[in-house]
Each structure stands twice: as C-alpha cells, then as structure tokens.
Design a protein around this ligand. Structure first.
Ligand code: ZN
Length: 92
C-alpha cells in the first residue's frame, strides 16, 4: 500500500480509491491504476477522502475532492491493465 500523505490531495484521493477498491493496482505493473468500475466503491472513496483530515486539522474542500476523484478515475485504465492486455495480444 502506498503511504498516505494527508497534506497532498493526489495522495489522499489515491489512498481513498485504493482502500475502497474503487481502483486496483495491476499485480504485474504496480504503477498502473485500474478503474474497477464499481460506482458504490467510487462514492465510498469520495466520502472516505472527505473524512481524512490534513495535518492542520482541516479537511479538503468538496470541489477539490470532486475534481481530483474525476481526474484519477479518468486517468486510470478501464477494467484491465493495458500493458497486460498488450502482452497477451503480442503472444497471439
Ligand atoms: Zn499489468
């Protein structure tokens, strides 16, 4: 599991997305994030991120969280790791 840096929005949201299993890391390519496609988990991730407090005791703003969750889910691969898919395709 990646360390959680509560003062970093990207880190906070990634932690929330991973721990709620809204996104998963490819076991063969740990740098690849895969969007599982579970909308309940994604909602849960948003609320988890919203409950994480920064070192000054405040929480992240709703707008910032919404923007960041959309960004990370959009950046993530859809359902399958593209590098694994490419490997499989090259062996066929
Ligand atoms: Zn992979």
């Amino acid at each position: 599991m990646m360390p959680l840096h509560t003062d970093n929005l990207e880190s906070t949201m990634r932690y929330a997305l991973l721990t709620t299993r809204a996104i998963a890391l490819c076991p063969f390519h740990p740098e690849v994030m895969i969007r599982v496609g579970d909308s309940d988990a994604e909602t849960h991730a948003y609320y988890r991120a919203r409950s994480i407090t920064k070192s000054d005791g405040t929480c992240w703003e709703r707008e910032d969280l919404m923007e960041e969750i959309v960004r990370q889910l959009t950046d993530a691969a859809d359902g399958v790791c593209p590098r694994c898919a490419q490997l499989v395709a090259s062996h066929n």
